[in-house]
Design a binder for this molecule. Structure first.
Ligand SMILES: [Zn+2]
Length: 182
């Protein structure tokens, strides 16, 4: 008889494949309740997952990876954060665990805003509200310069990238405003 590799329940157990494909054994037996929360099919119930305190010590890489992913999603709970501190994965396994990309839930949304608070998007045109001193270059980044087709810098809502005089530079959002008519 097989039981869930995480919570040890024997109800509704099926084989779950831990993705993405890596050199580890990916198949692990899990109950439906665990699977539904792992796959975001049902809402995460933090109090349900206390069994990770035991499951995370499994010898199976797939179970360790899943435990790491779930503890990350639960780390707002102090008990989960404590367990995560104790859970050591080697580099290869950690890379696999991270590969799901859902360890941070909810994921912080980076919103870029111009100096007036308008939300900026990829491809917007902006106007410089300050003459910028671009170090080590002769770029003419005077106030009023229009920068078209900007790119938002990921993970840093204070920065965008745009071309001035044909050169791509990073510009602080506080020194620009969205061009009217967009
Ligand atoms: Zn389970």
């Amino acid at each position: 008889m097989s039981v869930c590799a995480l919570c040890s329940s024997s109800e509704n157990v099926t084989v779950y494949e831990v993705l993405p494909a890596r050199s580890f054994t990916r198949e692990v037996t899990l109950c439906q309740t665990c699977q539904d929360q792992i796959t975001h099919t049902s809402a995460l119930q933090p109090e349900y997952w206390h069994f990770l305190a035991d499951a995370m010590w499994s010898e199976e890489p797939a179970v360790q990876a899943l435990a790491w992913r779930m503890l990350n999603r639960l780390k707002a709970e102090s008990w989960a954060a404590d367990l995560l501190d104790m859970l050591y994965l080697d580099d290869e396994l950690l890379a696999w665990a991270r590969a799901a990309g859902d360890e941070d839930e909810p994921s912080p949304v980076t919103v870029h805003k111009d100096s007036l608070g308008n939300v900026l998007n990829h491809g917007d045109a902006v106007v410089l509200t300050k003459t910028l001193d671009v170090k080590g270059s002769s770029i003419n980044a005077r106030i009023g310069t229009v920068v078209k087709n900007i790119r938002l810098v990921e993970d840093n809502s204070d920065q965008i990238e745009g071309k001035i005089d044909g050169q791509l530079i990073v510009i602080l959002t506080k020194y620009l405003k969205k061009q009217n008519g967009q």
